[in-house]
Design a protein around this ligand. Structure first.
Ligand SMILES: Cc1cc2nc3c(=O)[nH]c(=O)nc-3n(C[C@H](O)[C@H](O)[C@H](O)COP(=O)(O)O)c2cc1C
Length: 320
């Protein structure tokens, strides 16, 4: 049974499930697979590799999917031509996360695309709506990747209350199954955005060994930190930290970041070669607390079908 919400109507999709724009993981194939299954796929524009972005956009345009493109706002602001490149390929929506969207909203709307802003606090939610956001993604601290400190269960309804329903809100962070979707809808969300769950899918562009780690660990095995960002010379503005799987490297340096900075030349070289080699006891696997709910590596289609079947059954029953 389809669940129709303000977000499915705005984006023109069947299911209120959005694929997070995961850097290096949400490529054109995964976005197209999510679209084919009735969800809304958002390409991971990440830190802005122009050649990669152009290739993925061509692929998506050829697939005739309805798709979005996501940017890390503070990073895209350094090369705004990437936004023009994305808009030339007629995406349904542009998603902006981490940084003020104000400078870009007009350009996106003039191109006829919907503006989705991912926010982590009430202050950021108000700022995004004042700038003209059409949809907000309320990202809880449970989320994989960069984020802040608020938990999703209070953040979503508080944003809805504060905004008085002016803009639909999508819940993100820790959602991987139908229980999460049903709960988010009960909180007043008009959909969910999932990253970690889709990372552990067949179509995701991540390494197989990284996907298997996500499948095999528990929700206790992730941590928010700046250790990996320091080691890859990619320090983010406050208040953002990155949630990744715990590994030997993180255990070694967590809480000892100042000392890590003192050894940065050696450590960043070591880190870069571990990434190259796919050694995930040193390199980060970016993933959120939802890892504890993930036990397999299905197709994107099967993930969406399962989440929808489970959520509709729970909502029809009215209880767990
Ligand atoms: C591997 C990975 C990479 C991510 N990269 C980005 C990114 O480049 N831009 C962005 O806006 N969000 C990124 N995120 C965060 C997602 O947008 C989203 O908030 C998060 O995945 C939701 O929580 P979940 O992982 O528990 O589903 C990433 C998340 C993951 C897991």
């Amino acid at each position: 049974m389809p669940i129709t919400t303000a977000v499915t109507q705005l984006l023109g999709v069947t299911h209120p499930i959005l694929l997070a724009p995961m850097d290096l993981v949400a490529d054109g194939s995964l976005v197209a697979a999510v679209a084919a299954a009735g969800g809304f796929g958002i390409l991971g524009g990440g830190y802005g590799n122009e050649k990669w972005l152009a290739e993925q956009l061509e692929l998506l345009q050829a697939s005739k999917s309805r798709f979005g493109v996501g940017f890390i706002t503070w990073s895209m602001a350094k090369q705004p031509k990437l936004l023009d490149l994305a808009l030339e390929h007629r995406p349904v929506a542009i998603m902006l996360s981490f940084g003020s969207p104000a400078a870009f909203v007009d350009r996106i709307k003039r191109a006829g695309a919907i503006v989705i802003c991912q926010v982590q606090s009430i202050t950021l939610a108000k700022e995004a709506v004042a700038a003209g956001a059409d949809i907000l993604v309320a990202q809880g601290t449970e989320a994989g990747g960069h984020g802040a400190s608020r938990g999703v269960i209070t953040l979503v309804p508080e944003i809805i209350d504060v905004l008085g329903g002016r803009v639909p809100v999508v819940a993100a962070g820790g959602i991987a199954d139908g229980r999460g979707l049903a709960a988010a809808l009960m909180l007043g969300a008009a959909g969910v955005l999932m990253g970690t769950r889709f990372y552990a899918s067949q179509e995701a562009a991540g390494a197989q060994a990284a996907k298997e780690r996500i499948r095999d660990v528990t929700g206790d095995d992730t941590l928010r930190s700046i250790v990996f960002d320091i080691s890859r010379h990619n320090v983010w503005p406050a208040p953002f930290t990155g949630r990744c799987l715990r590994n030997a490297y993180l255990e070694r340096w967590y809480g000892r970041e100042v000392e890590l900075l003192r050894h940065l030349d050696d450590e960043s070289a070591k880190y870069a070669s571990a990434r190259e080699a796919g050694d995930f006891e040193t390199a980060a696997v970016i993933a959120g607390e939802a890892v504890g709910l993930i036990r397999d590596l299905p197709t994107a289609h099967d993930i969406i079908k399962r989440v929808m079947d489970e959520a509709t059954a729970l909502l029809a029953r009215g209880s767990m």
